[in-house]
Design a protein around this ligand. Structure first.
Ligand code: ATP
Ligand code: MG
Length: 166
């Protein structure tokens, strides 16, 4: 991966974005849920999304100005959201990397059941996000991403991790 880079994770709720993002330094990861919590005290408060996005974009601009590698940890399933991120990185001459989480939708849905009610995303929403993310994949280079990665092996660690903790 280039360094610096703007890494845009793309995947439904429960696809493992935050788990994967944890392989970077915490200060490099901008997690939308964390910004929602900062502005509203509730990570799952959808009413707080606009303010959370604005705050996140301010931090992103400050980091891109400094040419700092930054990971965007939100679903990024909407084309307009990705376009804004690509534009911001371009303005600062920072290369962009799209990482599509290849976790099966069934697993994304099952993982919601283990979450606290406030954090669980309804199955229909998860399915719609997954469909949008998958449909976006062939067009990501055309959207202006310099590199496109299909992260399809991450979830396969799960049975191994589970067995290790048994
Ligand atoms: P959201 O968009 O709702 O924030 P997310 O994409 O960030 O979801 P995570 O919170 O990272 O998803 O993962 C959901 C659940 O799946 C967590 O309980 C996490 O521990 C588990 N998980 C994610 N990736 C893996 C993995 N590779 N191996 C084992 N467990 C995983
Ligand atoms: Mg997350």
């Amino acid at each position: 991966m280039p360094d610096p880079a703007l890494v845009v994770l793309i995947g439904a709720a429960g696809s493992g974005k935050s788990t994967f993002a944890a392989t970077w330094n915490p200060s490099q990861v901008l997690e939308l849920d964390a910004f929602r919590a900062m502005v509203s005290d509730e990570a799952g408060d959808q009413q707080a999304t606009a303010d959370a996005v604005a705050a996140m974009r301010t931090v992103l601009e400050a980091r891109l100005t400094r040419k700092k590698t930054t990971v965007i940890d939100s679903t990024n399933c909407e084309r307009a959201v990705r376009a804004g991120l690509v534009q911001a990185a371009r303005r600062h001459g920072v290369p962009t990397v799209a990482v599509l989480m290849g976790t099966p939708v069934s697993l994304c849905v099952i993982r919601q059941t283990a979450r606290t009610p406030g954090r669980a995303v309804p199955a229909d929403t998860v399915r719609a996000q997954h469909t949008a993310a998958t449909a976006a994949f062939p067009g990501l280079r055309g959207e202006g991403f310099d590199h496109v990665v299909f992260a399809d092996q991450l979830h396969r660690l799960e049975p191994l991790l589970q067995r290790a903790s048994d």
